[in-house]
Design a protein. Structure first.
Length: 317
């Protein structure tokens, strides 16, 4: 099978900006665009294929036609759903303070799946912050009281961010992306989010956006984060490119490549490779690619050559 190019699905949440259009050239059809879903097989925003044998088909339709094991790989079979969702996020304004449930709670309560995710910071304005867990461990009762008396933000761990930071957001971690951050997010294939605090904002209907306090209290880990805000591995210089492990867990493995001339990568039968082009331009097996492109390399494709000057993130299961 050939490498598949995917069209993004876009979201116009109220906190979004214009950088996805300005930086990546995306034409979302929205005045402001909060998210571009770059690899998605979720009913809330499914990718479609651009060009080739499956032009115009959704990713879900391609999986049905080809077969999950053949297209996605053996590792995906252990999940009862397509395992990942990958996004670009442009936070012009602060996102709500929120938390995601784990698989057990989400399946029992929402008939959904849980959500562990990583954030890789692509860019950040001076002073940009992210909320990442709590400053100190507190009780659930103290958490509830802080929500009710308006002191929650005083309890949370605020982190100044810069390009290249990596956050591992385990399910149950209270978190928020702050104004001025441009993020690549790799997450479980779920859209299950519980808002805890939303700065008193109203939605497009003029009403305050819904909060989910009881469920958030159920699932939140009211403690400081366990992980450093840096990639798991250090950059490793190789012939023609630099490789860096961003994260590896039971859900996904993510690398960043800075390609100076060329790199040869490999997709075996265990998993597809997803390629997200962060910057630059070049070719993948003779196919032109540029900043903002999303490529799906089928499982079992074998070796493929990337040439040019590019920054990419690869994800596999």
């Amino acid at each position: 099978m050939e490498i598949i190019k995917l069209k993004p699905a876009f979201k116009d949440y109220i906190w979004g900006g214009t950088r996805l259009k300005e930086d990546f050239g995306f034409n979302s059809g929205f005045e402001k665009t909060a998210e571009a879903w770059m690899l998605s097989c979720h009913e809330a925003g499914m990718n479609t294929v651009e060009g080739g044998e499956f032009d115009g088909k959704t990713l879900g339709e391609v999986i049905d036609a080809v077969g999950e094991e053949k297209l996605c790989g053996k590792n995906c079979l252990k999940f009862p759903y397509f395992p990942v969702l990958i996004k670009f996020i442009d936070a012009r304004d602060n996102l709500s303070v929120q938390v995601h449930p784990d698989d057990e709670y989400a399946r029992r309560v929402e008939n959904e799946f849980g959500k562990t995710e990583i954030w890789y910071v692509l860019d950040a304005k001076d002073g940009a912050e992210l909320i990442y867990g709590f400053k100190d461990s507190i009780s659930k009762e103290e958490f509830k009281d802080s929500i009710e008396n308006g002191t929650l933000l005083d309890k949370l761990n605020r982190v100044k961010v810069k390009k290249g930071d990596l956050f591992f957001i385990e399910a149950g971690t209270v978190h928020a992306i702050g104004s001025g951050a441009l993020i690549a997010e790799i997450q479980q294939n779920s859209n299950c989010t519980y808002r805890v605090y939303d700065y008193g904002r109203v939605g497009n209907d003029g009403k305050p956006r819904e909060l989910h306090i009881k469920k958030a209290l159920d699932v939140s880990k009211t403690e400081p984060p366990k992980y450093d805000i840096k990639p798991m591995g250090s950059p490793v210089k190789k012939d023609g490119y630099t490789e860096q492990l961003l994260t590896k867990c039971e859900l996904f493995t993510v690398y960043k490549y800075d390609i100076d001339t060329a790199a040869e990568l490999f997709a075996d039968e265990s998993s597809f490779n997803h390629i997200l082009v962060l910057d630059g331009e070049g070719e993948i097996d003779g196919r032109r690619v540029k900043k903002g492109d999303s490529l799906f390399v089928p499982a079992g494709y074998g070796s493929y050559k990337i040439s040019g000057r590019l920054e990419i993130i690869t994800t596999k299961i």
